[in-house]
Design a protein around this ligand. Structure first.
Ligand code: HEM
Length: 453
């Protein structure tokens, strides 16, 4: 047993949760349909729900105060759960998303400066360039899977802005590789017993193939960066020039792990969020018309820059509302490395604590008509007046998304530039299914027909 946390209660108790057959049913429901199951458990049992299955202790956290405990106050004794991070460590190595302790701190210090607001102008120019190039490939009246389209777009944005490199030619292959990895890794994370990776089950073979493809892309990006001398201002240059606390430069492996992490974490959730945003917009003509008026009034047909964005408040409100209804990081999992407690409840070392942004951001206590798409709820930066952690699309505490400003910039520019030039119509009779893998994806994509304005 680990060291006792000083706040461990004398008379520990378990939070409410299903027992007996209900517990088995709840676990099955969580496996089959995590979002619906989590919501219904929250309705039945409340702000913290306890599930006990064999050796596993699972806690679903549906209240902002519990998120504060796990993500902020007790962050030092939390790690990303091994069961979930192991399958993704096969391709993310020891990159920022899953590293820990002093090593994580050092890497975060190296990477964070690349997201300083002083780069906003440069990034917005690169993003606009990527958008125009991508839109050049769209044919008037054609139908596209916008999930795939936005993956290719954000890949281009991330590789060009942050690594000074161009992955445009490989972006379709990369997007497919990422889809495969998400699906397989998520299942592996869920499976209580995972089969050793060297047994060539079909899933493992396609996972290996996808990883090899991504590794090749990353190695090429790093090699190109070295060849250019590492004297630019990109995140890659910062990594190439960084030294650790002993004064040694990072190894190739360390650099590749961080490039892979930022490449995947950076493009995938952003594309996802943009896809859901268009799904919402296409179903709300009045919102779409109001946005068009705002864009037309401010931009009069020219391309927006970072400096224009504050003059486009409705554009930003749509972005925020889409991230509320469809948070790509729908769950925030943690594992305590020692026994601890959350308020009056004791939590054993090694338990699975899961913060639930998807549930909290649709809670009627914080949001009027919580399932409705109503961008006006974010008028005048209303998110600043919500209870702490009631709006957490980018997480909270020290592990808050390092790329949140980059993501918001990409979303706002994409919305402004595409909406002033194109109308995207949802194709009838398709099944749009929420697929909560590592991020919240549309299972069969989102088909839309694009028309030039
Ligand atoms: C809409 C898009 C995005 C969303 C919703 C999102 C969401 C998140 C969330 C919720 C976390 C915290 C995860 C946790 O605490 O368990 C996170 C971490 C992270 N994000 Fe993002 N993210 C987005 C875009 C980006 C972009 C554009 C980048 C980089 C270019 C990025 C890089 C990262 C990295 C490296 C971490 C790990 C940070 C750390 O642990 O120190 N993300 N993201």
């Amino acid at each position: 047993m680990g060291t006792m946390n000083p706040t461990y209660p004398q008379h520990p108790m378990n939070p409410p949760g299903p027992a007996g057959l209900d517990r088995i049913r709840a676990i099955q429901h969580l496996r089959a349909n995590p979002l619906q199951a989590a919501k219904s458990l929250a309705q039945t049992y409340g702000d913290i729900v306890y599930l006990h299955l064999g050796p596993y202790h699972i806690y679903l956290l549906n209240h902002p105060d519990y998120l504060h405990e796990v993500l902020v106050r007790q962050n030092d004794i939390m790690r990303k759960p091994r069961s979930l991070s192991q399958p993704i460590a096969e391709f993310l190595g020891n990159g920022l998303l899953i590293s820990h302790g002093d090593y994580w701190k050092q890497q975060r210090r190296t990477i964070q400066p690349a997201f300083h607001s002083r780069y906003g102008d440069i990034y917005s120019r690169v993003m606009a360039e990527c958008l125009l190039e991508h839109l050049d490939t769209w044919q008037d009246g054609h139908i596209y899977d916008v999930d795939h389209e936005f993956m290719m777009l954000t890949l281009r944005m991330v590789t060009r802005a942050l690594f000074g490199s161009d992955a445009a030619s490989a972006s379709g292959d990369i997007a497919n590789a990422v889809k495969i990895l998400q699906r397989i890794s998520y299942r592996q994370g869920q499976a209580a017993l995972s089969v050793p990776r060297w047994i060539p089950l079909p899933a493992h073979v396609s996972k290996r193939r996808a990883i090899n493809l991504l590794n090749d892309v990353v190695v090429r990006i790093v090699k190109d960066g070295r060849r250019r001398g590492g004297n630019g201002n990109t995140l890659l240059d910062m990594l190439l020039n960084a030294v650790d606390n002993t004064g040694s430069p990072l190894t190739d492996q360390q650099i590749c792990d961080e490039v892979m992490t930022v490449l995947l974490a950076g493009h995938e959730s952003t594309a996802n969020a943009i896809g859901w945003m268009w799904y919402l917009l296409a179903q709300h003509e009045e919102v779409s018309a109001r946005l068009y008026d705002e864009l037309d009034g401010v931009l009069r047909g020219r391309l927006p820059t970072a400096a224009d964005l504050p003059k486009l408040p409705f554009n930003a409100m749509i972005v925020k509302e889409a991230l509320r209804l469809y948070p790509p990081a729908w769950a925030l999992p943690r594992e305590p490395v020692m026994n601890t407690c959350i308020h009056q409840y004791h939590i054993k070392k090694g338990s699975l604590l899961v913060g639930m942004p998807f549930v909290i951001q649709r809670d009627a206590r914080y949001y009027d008509q919580p399932d409705q798409f109503m961008p006006d709820r974010f008028a005048d930066h209303a998110e600043k007046h919500l209870p702490r952690h009631a709006y957490i699309p980018f997480g909270a505490g020290p592990r808050f998304c390092v790329g949140s400003s980059f993501a918001l910039l990409a979303m706002q520019l994409t919305l402004a530039i595409i909406h002033s030039r194109y109308v995207l119509k949802l194709v009838d009779n398709q099944r749009i299914i929420l697929d909560p893998l590592l991020t919240l994806r549309p299972r069969y994509g989102i088909l839309m027909q694009v028309f030039r304005r």
